[in-house]
Design a protein around this ligand. Structure first.
Ligand SMILES: [Zn+2]
Length: 78
């Protein structure tokens, strides 16, 4: 199997994100549904910005959110 490096931390793995960042990404996608219910018309980018400034969000989540914003990525295929 081809080895890849995590796009965020360069850790080696089998996907474009390592296990830590992939897990954070899944949580981000999952929680978006709840946040969209809580805030009216919260778009994906606004949601990611909120995660970055939220003190309760972990380091991995913030790194993934910053990465997604910098690359203007809506959904990752991982
Ligand atoms: Zn990583």
């Amino acid at each position: 199997m081809e080895e890849k490096n995590c796009e965020i931390c360069k850790r080696q793995g089998k996907k474009s994100l390592c296990d830590y960042h992939a897990k954070a990404y899944y949580n981000i996608v999952k929680n978006y549904e709840y946040w969209r219910d809580a805030y009216d018309e919260l778009c994906w980018e606004e949601y990611l910005m909120k995660l970055i400034v939220n003190s309760e969000c972990g380091k991995w989540v913030k790194e993934v959110a910053k990465y997604l914003i910098s690359k203007k990525i809506k959904r990752l295929d991982i």
